[in-house]
Design a protein around this ligand. Structure first.
Ligand code: NI
Length: 238
């Protein structure tokens, strides 16, 4: 599973009407109705139509634009910065990552470590090596975000890593790497100031990339892959 793909999500136009609350739909309906009525009166040559139309353009349109821009800015700010409760929860999840992977792996036999999922994808052994390589990459990313000004965070091809880096090795050293590196990065997170949490760089594929973005991406990464490891076990025992 790509830790980077978490960044990309899309909402179609169809989704927009679904998430639009009823009050918003009523507003859109009323604005459309008034606009149509005014245009009809203008076409019919009614002078009142021109006056109302001009007033709408001069007074109402800028007000609507200001409200929309402010709402957008508010919405962006809510998403850009997490509150302390959210941050603390993500840090706790991050710190718990090694335990869930370890417990998942401990349930597997040597043979099950190399069980290929029926739907394709990595074996549990390959997932453990991916976790170690992702962890070391994430550790460097975090440190560069904190130490350098506007660093460029380079994306990497995790499928290429899996093919080229002998992911059929024993998993002991990679598990230990995941544990130790995550513990060190978690300790670093505990020491960050509010100013340091807002530091950011640029990801070579996804654009702006802050320390908080980093936490959002990596908090659940180990849990996601632990679930993937356990699903191999569940399918094997079916
Ligand atoms: Ni992944």
């Amino acid at each position: 599973m790509s830790s980077d793909s978490r960044f990309t999500y899309s909402r179609g136009l169809a989704g927009l009407t679904q998430i639009m609350p009823p009050s918003r739909r009523l507003t859109v309906f009323l604005v459309t109705l008034i606009t149509v009525l005014v245009i009809v009166e203008i076409v019919r040559g009614n002078p009142a139509g021109y006056i109302i139309g001009a007033m709408l353009l001069i007074f109402v349109a800028p007000m609507v634009a200001i409200v929309l821009v402010n709402r957008r800015a508010l919405h962006l700010m809510e998403h850009l910065h997490m509150d302390h409760a959210e941050r603390d929860a993500l840090i706790e999840q991050y710190k718990d990552g090694y335990r869930v992977v370890r417990e998942a792996v401990d349930q597997l036999s040597e043979a099950e470590l190399d069980q290929q999922p029926a739907e394709g994808g990595w074996t549990p052994r390959q997932i453990v090596h991916h976790l170690a390589d992702s962890e070391t990459t994430s550790a460097i990313r975090l440190r560069r975000l904190l130490a350098e000004n506007q660093p460029v965070i380079q994306g990497y091809d995790e499928e290429l890593f899996a093919r080229k880096l002998h992911y059929d090795r024993p998993i002991g050293a990679s598990l230990e790497l995941l544990r130790a590196v995550r513990a060190a990065s978690a300790e670093l997170l505990d020491w960050l100031t509010e100013e340091e949490w807002t530091r950011e760089g640029t990801h070579s594929e996804q654009g702006s990339y802050s320390v908080e973005d980093w936490l959002r991406i990596y908090a659940a990464h180990a849990h996601d892959h632990a679930a993937q490891i356990l699903s191999v076990k569940a399918k094997a025992s079916e």
